[in-house]
Design a protein. Structure first.
Length: 135
């Protein structure tokens, strides 16, 4: 959306974010598990801060009119055909054409709420008393 390469594409992050990791959409469970095993908290912290600084700097300079414009995901990813594979596109297709502000706000709203709901459901199951069958 910024019209620049992703922070992960910079040389200093080549060890933390190999190109085949994409951006999370459409990756296999095995790949996602491998990422979690490979990247330490010590590596992740500075990377998250670099992304944060880039995003905050960009969003402060962005106009309200630009944030209202529709996002063309296909055009934005012409240089990354791996972002347009069947599995990836299946996960992001519904986001194509929405206003930029919505694309930016969804991860901080609905995406996190979905995971919060998953965690709450798992906790409820874990808190259930164990039923023992009697002989």
């Amino acid at each position: 959306m910024r019209g620049e390469a992703e922070v992960a594409a910079r040389p200093e992050w080549s060890g933390i974010a190999p190109r085949e990791w994409l951006f999370g959409a459409g990756v296999s469970r095995d790949l996602a598990d491998g990422i979690a095993r490979r990247v330490s908290r010590d590596q992740l912290g500075p990377y998250v801060e670099a992304v944060r600084q880039e995003v905050l700097g960009w969003i402060r300079s962005e106009s309200a009119d630009n944030l209202k414009m529709a996002v063309d995901l296909r055009a934005r990813h012409l240089d990354r055909p791996d972002y347009m594979t069947k599995d990836v596109w299946a996960e992001i297709e519904s986001l194509d054409g929405i206003p930029a502000w919505q694309l930016l706000s969804r991860p901080s709203m609905s995406h996190i709420r979905v995971h919060y709901g998953e965690v709450r459901s798992q906790l409820q199951v874990l808190r259930q008393p164990v039923r023992r069958e009697s002989n």
